[in-house]
Design a protein around this ligand. Structure first.
Ligand code: ADP
Ligand code: ASP
Ligand code: MG
Length: 594
C-alpha cells in the first residue's frame, strides 16, 4: 500500500478548525488507499510564546531546559490531531519523538538526527491507524529530549519519509508553494513549480524559511521528492526534485536573512593556522558562520570578518575571544545591524555578468554592500538592515523574478524506485555508523588554472564593485570567485579570480579602476590553487570549513581567501601548494567520502 507523509506547519494547525481541516486531509488520503503518517508542528506561534516565557525567567536559558519546554508545543498538537481524527471516525495514534525512537545527538536546540526506528510506526500503520508524529523533536542517548532547531518539523517529515520509504512527502503550509522570494515580504514574488535540491538548499539556508534547509539535505541525500503546498486549498504547489525548471535562468530566487551580525577580527598574523584558530571554537559551539572574508595582509597582519546569526553573536564572541587574544589580535567591530541579501541560480555558473548586474542595480538604488561573497550558484551581499528590503526588491526586479511564469508539473513527484534498494542500504549504514545527518562528501578537487587579483583599500561606497565588474565583464573576463572584505567603514578590499588566460585583460582593467577610484594598490597572484570540497549541507555542517582549515594549517599552507555554500566550500591557496593541499584534504575527509 502506498505511504504518504503529510506535514502540517504551525499556521496550518493554529486552532481547532484548522486541526480538523488537516485531519480531514489525512483521512482523505487514508480513504483513497494510502497509509498516512502526519507530522505536526506546534499550534500557531506557540513555540515563540514558549521562548518568550523562557526569556522572562532567564535571559540565556540552559539549552537542555529549552528543549524540554519547546517540545511540549508539538506534544499538544499531536494529541489534538489524534482526537480530531478519532472524531471523524478513524483510528489514530500520536507519538512523541522519543516514542517513535528518533535518536539525535546531544546538541540541544540544534540536534542532528542519528537514527529513526520504524518498527512502532509500521506496526501502527499496519493496524490501520493514521500515525501522528510530533515534529522537531528527538531524544539523545541519555533520554534527554532534544529539538532540531527552528523550523525543524520539515526535517522530521522528510527524514521519516526517507526511513519509511514513503511514496510522497507533502509539506502543507500557509503559502501555495516555493516562491521566487518570500511572498509576505515581496507580494510580487512568483510561484515556482519545480525547484531542484541544490537551489532549494541554498535558498533555504540563505533565508527562505518555507523549508528547513536540513529537510532539503535529507531530500537530496535519500532521494525524497518534496511537495510544498497550501493547507488551505487542494491546488498543487511546488515540487523539489533533482531537475530544475529554472536551470537556464541566471537567477531563479532571492532571499533575505534579516538578522545577521558582522564580526571583524583585526591584527591577527597572516600565517597558516590563523583562520583555523578563529573558527574552530565557533564550530565547536555549532554556530553556523557565513561570509568569511579576509583582508590583504599589511605588515604581516590581516583582518578577518564573518557573519553569524544575530542571536548567536554573544556566544560567537565568547568563543573566539581567547584564541584571538592569544594571537595578539582584537575583536574590532561587531555590527548587529546588518542583513544578508542573496540571489541563487544554477544558470549563474554558466553566464558572465550576473554579479555586476546585482552590484549595479544595488548601486543605482544607493545601497552600499559591506561585504560580498559569491559561490558557483549564489551571490550574497551584506547591507545595512534598514536598506535590506529595498535591496531585496531591487535585485528581485532586476532579475525579472516578478515575471517568472511557471507551469504546473505534468506529474506530481513520486519516488524513483529504481535506486530504492541503494537508498535503503545507505540509510541503514549511516544509522548504524555515523548517523543519518553525518557529513557526506561527494568530491574533493583541485583547480589550478586560475589567477587572483586584489584591489586594496577601495573606497567603501556604492557603485565601485559595480564599475569594476562591469568593466571586467566588458573585457570578456569570466570571473569565478568574488570576495569583498571589510577593512573599516571607509575602505574595503575586493578580490576576484579568473581563468589564467584572461589574467592580462583583467589586470589591465583592475589597474585602470584602481587609478580612477584612488585605491591603494593592485595585488595579484598569477598561479593560485582552488581547493574544493563538495557535498550536501556543508554550511550547516560547521565542521567542513573547519576540517579544511585545520588540514591546511597542519600542512603549513596559508589560506588566501575562501567561499562557502551549501554544496561546496572553496579555499584559495598559493599555486605551489595545490598538490600538497589536495592530498591533505583527501586524507582529512577520507572517512566522509561517499
Ligand atoms: P510552517 O509553519 O508551515 O512551517 P513557515 O512559516 O515555517 O510555515 O514557512 C512558511 C513561510 O515561509 C511563508 O508564510 C512565507 O512567508 C515564508 N517564505 C520565506 N521564503 C519563502 C519562499 N521563497 N517561498 C515561499 N514562502 C517563503
Ligand atoms: N514548532 C517549531 C518552530 O516553530 C518547529 C516547526 O514549526 O517546524 O520552530
Ligand atoms: Mg516551517
Amino acid at each position: 500500500m502506498p505511504l504518504v507523509v503529510q506535514k502540517f506547519g504551525g499556521t496550518s494547525v493554529a486552532d481547532s478548525q484548522k486541526i480538523l481541516a488537516a485531519a480531514r486531509k489525512a483521512v482523505r488520503a487514508h480513504q483513497t488507499g494510502n497509509q498516512v503518517v502526519m507530522v505536526v508542528s506546534a499550534m500557531g506561534k506557540n513555540t515563540d510564546t514558549l521562548i518568550g516565557l523562557a526569556q522572562e525567567v532567564n535571559e540565556r536559558p540552559p539549552a537542555r531546559e529549552m528543549d524540554m519546554l519547546l517540545s511540549t508545543g508539538e506534544q499538544v498538537s499531536v494529541a489534538l490531531m489524534a482526537m480530531a481524527i478519532d472524531s471523524l471516525g478513524y483510528k489514530a495514534v500520536s507519538l512523541t519523538g522519543a516514542q517513535i525512537g528518533i535518536k539525535t545527538d546531544s546538541s540541544h536546540t540544534k540536534a542532528r538526527i542519528h537514527s529513526i526506528s520504524t518498527d512502532r510506526i509500521k506496526t501502527l500503520l499496519n493496524e490501520g491507524n493514521i500515525v501522528i508524529a510530533a515534529g522537531f523533536q528527538g531524544i539523545d542517548d541519555n533520554l534527554n529530549i532534544t529539538t532540531l532547531g527552528r523550523g525543524g518539523s520539515d526535517t522530521t517529515a522528510v527524514a521519516l519519509s526517507a526511513v519509511l520509504g514513503a511514496d510522497q512527502c507533502e509539506i502543507y503550509t500557509d503559502v501555495d508553494g516555493v516562491y521566487t522570494t518570500d511572498p509576505r515580504v515581496l507580494p510580487e514574488a512568483c510561484l515556482v513549480r519545480q525547484v531542484c535540491y541544490d537551489e532549494m538548499l541554498e535558498l533555504a539556508s540563505l533565508g527562505a524559511g518555507v523549508l528547513h534547509s536540513r529537510s532539503v539535505e535529507f531530500g537530496k541525500k535519500f532521494n525524497v521528492p518534496i511537495h510544498v503546498r497550501s493547507s488551505l486549498s487542494d491546488v498543487p504547489g511546488s515540487i523539489i526534485v533533482d531537475d530544475s525548471e529554472t536551470a537556464a535562468l541566471a537567477v531563479s530566487g532571492a532571499a533575505l536573512t534579516k538578522d545577521e551580525a558582522l564580526i571583524s577580527v583585526f591584527d591577527v598574523p597572516d600565517v597558516p593556522g590563523t583562520i583555523f584558530q578563529i573558527f574552530a571554537p565557533i564550530a565547536d559551539k555549532k554556530i553556523t558562520v557565513d561570509m568569511i572574508v579576509q583582508n590583504v595582509a599589511e605588515n604581516g597582519n590581516t583582518a578577518v570578518s564573518f557573519t553569524v546569526p544575530r542571536n548567536e553573536v554573544r556566544d560567537a564572541i565568547d568563543a573566539i575571544q581567547p584564541s584571538v587574544e592569544k594571537m595578539g589580535g582584537r575583536i574590532g567591530l561587531v555590527d548587529e545591524n546588518v542583513s544578508k541579501v542573496s540571489v541563487v541560480g544554477l544558470g549563474m555558473a554558466e553566464q558572465t555578468g550576473v554579479a555586476n548586474r546585482m552590484f549595479q542595480t544595488l548601486a543605482n538604488a544607493a545601497v552600499n554592500m559591506e561585504i560580498i561573497t559569491t559561490s558557483e550558484i549564489k551571490i550574497s551581499a551584506l547591507v545595512k538592515r534598514e536598506q535590506a528590503l529595498n535591496a531585496l526588491r531591487t535585485v528581485h526586479s532586476e532579475f525579472a523574478l516578478d515575471k517568472v511564469e511557471s507551469k504546473e508539473p505534468t506529474q506530481l513527484p513520486s519516488r524513483d524506485t529504481s535506486n530504492q534498494v541503494n537508498v535503503a542500504e545507505v540509510i541503514e549504514r549511516l544509522q548504524r555508523d555515523t548517523g543519518m545527518e553525518s557529513l557526506m562528501i561527494d568530491d574533493i578537487s583541485l583547480d589550478d588554472s586560475q589567477s587572483r587579483i586584489t584591489l586594496s583599500k577601495v573606497p567603501n561606497a556604492p557603485g565601485i564593485a559595480a564599475q569594476l565588474f562591469d568593466r571586467i565583464a566588458a573585457a570578456g573576463v569570466f570571473v569565478d570567485m568574488i570576495v569583498q572584505s571589510y577593512a573599516s567603514s571607509q575602505i574595503a578590499d575586493i578580490t576576484f579570480t579568473m581563468p589564467r588566460e584572461q589574467f592580462d585583460n583583467a589586470i589591465t582593467v583592475a589597474n585602470q579602476v584602481c587609478e580612477d577610484f584612488g585605491c591603494d594598490k593592485v595585488d595579484f597572484k598569477k598561479t593560485i590553487a582552488k581547493l574544493s570540497v563538495s557535498g550536501v549541507g556543508l554550511r550547516s555542517h560547521t565542521g567542513v570549513a573547519i576540517g579544511m582549515f585545520q588540514a591546511l594549517s597542519d600542512a603549513n599552507i596559508n589560506i588566501e581567501t575562501m567561499n562557502t555554500s551549501e554544496v561546496r566550500v572553496n579555499v584559495i591557496v598559493d599555486g605551489d601548494s595545490g598538490q600538497t593541499g589536495i592530498q591533505c584534504l583527501r586524507d582529512a575527509f577520507r572517512h566522509s567520502l561517499r
